[in-house]
Design a protein around this ligand. Structure first.
Ligand code: NAP
Length: 278
């Protein structure tokens, strides 16, 4: 086990259970007898399934940890683990996305969606995303070839070609209509809700709901892409720990349109909220 002084954490709409704070970046304080990969003083980051990142010290399994990208601040690094690994596992582990394929990402401007757009684009896939119209330029700037405005049109009416993978970060009717745009043999992966197996069989596709399984190996690959500048993190605001209640109030007030905002400055449309703990 590693014992880490925890630096900061963020969360927007959280699916977390237990203690608050499921991702962090910090410096290793102590290691267990069986830990060879890390030493006290190492800068690391991780998603921690059991939570607890709203604290100065946190015990975490080394298998979930990776070295913090050298070019990121602790605040930036703390914003990465949950959204980026969910995106990676959604599109590659469960969606089996390959170079040359086409993926439709629902919610491409959100925290997970923005990583999915960047990772899929970097992998050589054609990326179509659904988002609000005012997010179109942003989502295109991070790698989407096309963006369908979910407030103005039904994506299945404008996405004429069939896609290999749908990554669903929205659920409901959006998930249901996704069967209409999938190729036979394609994959519908949802991070939000179970996928009807009857519908999947009827359309001859696979359908599954995924759940993030934090992995130091996956996070290390993501760290390399961050260091190369191939993908980038997005921090909207950093709050001090004592302002955590205000951060949650601000999120609750502004959702669903704004996921991060400055208490004093203008609202930021994108990005994670980070708490600085130490
Ligand atoms: N299974 C897992 O392990 C796991 C892990 C992480 C997250 N999640 C879940 O994944 C979902 C996304 O998380 P997130 O952190 O990326 O959320 P987020 O940052 O709040 O992003 C959601 C995005 O979806 C957009 N959106 C809303 N309705 C839409 C629609 N009908 N069509 C297209 N886009 C739409 C929102 O934009 P507008 O509001 O501007 O339209 C927003 O940009 C959440 O439900 C979260 O709980 C699951």
């Amino acid at each position: 086990m590693l014992k880490l002084p925890e630096r900061q954490d963020r969360s927007s709409r959280s699916t977390c259970r237990g203690y608050l704070g499921h991702e962090f970046s910090g410096v290793v304080e102590q290691i267990g007898n069986d830990v060879a990969a890390y030493a006290p003083g190492d800068a690391v980051f991780a998603a921690n399934e059991t939570g607890g990142a709203y604290a100065e010290y946190l015990a975490v399994k080394p298998a979930a940890v990776a070295r913090k990208p050298a070019n990121l601040s602790f605040e930036e690094a703390a914003s990465v683990p949950v959204a980026s690994q969910t995106a990676w596992q959604g599109i590659f582990t469960h969606g089996h996305l390959e170079k040359g394929q086409t993926i439709l990402i629902h919610g491409g401007a959100g925290a997970v969606g923005a990583y999915a757009v960047q990772l899929a684009s970097h992998a050589g896939a054609t990326v179509i995303a659904t988002a609000s119209g005012d997010d179109e330029a942003y989502v295109k700037s991070i790698g989407a070839g096309r963006v369908s405005d979910h407030r103005k049109e039904q994506f299945e009416k404008v996405v004429r070609e069939k896609v290999d993978v749908v990554f669903d970060l929205v659920g409901g009717d959006t998930q249901q209509r996704s069967f209409l745009v999938l190729k036979e043999g394609g994959h519908l992966v949802s991070a939000v809700q179970p996928v009807s197996q009857e519908e999947a069989a009827r359309h001859r596709v696979s359908g599954e709901m995924m759940r993030l399984a934090p992995s130091g190996d996956v996070l290390a690959k993501i760290a390399r892409l961050l260091e190369e500048g191939t993908i980038r993190p997005d921090v909207a605001t950093v709050y001090a720990l004592q302002d955590a209640a205000q951060a949650w109030k601000d999120i609750a007030t502004k959702l669903p349109r704004v996921h991060g905002m400055s208490p004093s400055g203008p609202a930021a449309k994108h990005g994670k909220i980070v708490l600085r703990v130490a």
